[in-house]
Design a protein around this ligand. Structure first.
Ligand SMILES: [Zn+2]
Length: 124
């Protein structure tokens, strides 16, 4: 990945970390999951992500004035630049197509949208 400090392709995701989930710009208090990039863990990570999205849909489907689901963002601070750049704790990096692929996100969100009769117009 591209490092915003040294402008090289030297940014790497850490083997393990935390991803925060924002859906339509909203994040629930428990809207995060642990990731593990080591082989053999991807299914478990996707399943945790799906569980958290399900929580969100359950909560959001009760809103009176709800928008269609348009934006799903995944952010993590668990990255490391090979050149040793330091980042402020407020700097976050997209984990889409890194921890979870956009195809996986689309599939999960589509399934949940059916389950909770929510409209989806995903722009990812
Ligand atoms: Zn850097």
């Amino acid at each position: 990945m591209y490092c915003p400090k040294c402008f090289n392709q030297t940014l790497r995701i850490k083997p393990k970390g935390v991803v925060d989930i924002y859906i339509n710009g909203k994040k629930r208090d428990n809207g995060r999951f642990l990731f593990n990039m080591e082989p053999g863990h991807h299914e478990e990570v996707v399943s945790d992500f799906k569980k958290k999205c399900d929580d969100f849909f359950q909560w959001y489907s009760n809103f009176n004035n709800k928008d269609s689901i348009q934006l799903v963002e995944l952010y993590t601070i668990d990255v490391k630049c090979e050149d040793g750049c330091a980042f402020a704790p407020s700097e976050k990096f997209s984990a889409v197509d890194c921890v979870i692929s956009s195809a996986e996100i689309k599939e999960i969100i589509g399934t949940l949208a059916n389950k909770y009769s929510m409209e989806v117009q995903l722009k990812i």
